[in-house]
Design a binder for this molecule. Sequence first.
Ligand code: PMT
Length: 225
Amino acid sequence: EPRRDLEGLKVLVTAGPTREAIDPVRFIGNHSSGKMGYALAERAKARGASVTLITGPVEIAPPSGVTVVPVTTTEEMLQAARTAFPEADITIKAAAPADFRAKYPRTEKIKKEADRDDFVLELVKNPDIAKTLGEMKKPGQVLVGFAAETGSLFTNARAKVLSKHLDFIVANDVTRAGAGFGTDTNIVTLIDGEGDGVELPLMDKKAVADRVLDEALAVHRRKNG
Ligand code: PMT
């Protein structure tokens, strides 16, 4: 690997979905495969960074040489992220944490009721990990988010940059073919707080990872002289 431009830097990546138990056999989840976050961890490691990967449950193997912290729920991902964040120079939140969890997770399997066709499950909001880290952020640290959008990509993504105190966000329109969940490729727009955006073409997730790391490193250099 010729380019060791992340040597001496600590990179923290979150990846994959989180799962919230409904009862002992069911959960709330989403289609995140972990590929985007694992590609970031792999490229950061290859470029010389010391990498911590906080990951929800996925089917793929983590890159070798990175510190893996497995978690299940959004609350667990938050605790792991809060612990690792103060040490990190660059943090990239590629995970897709569940925004809601069951208000009353059942300790026994929910049974069908013979006389009812509907079932109401009460949900409660989960903490926002990126926002929590944004509030903890020290001046030299770089915090990058992802935004999974299904419309109004630019407006929604820019609002997330500002509300979560991010340096920039990687917005993907998850309705486009070859972009978002599960695929080996992605189509992303890098958007900063000023609302300036760079739309990249369809690329392999590893190439997207390199572009995101290039931009994060540039911001890190600007902030740290
Ligand atoms: O894993 P893959 O199959 O490769 O798919 C990649 C991906 C589509 C999951 C990835 O590219 C992506 O878009 N990740 C972010 C998904 C998401 O949760 O987007 P959001 O717009 O809901 O959240 C915005 C940001 O806030 C994200 O950085 C997210 O990690 C973070 N967040 C969200 C909810 C929450 N409770 N806490 C958070 O920190």
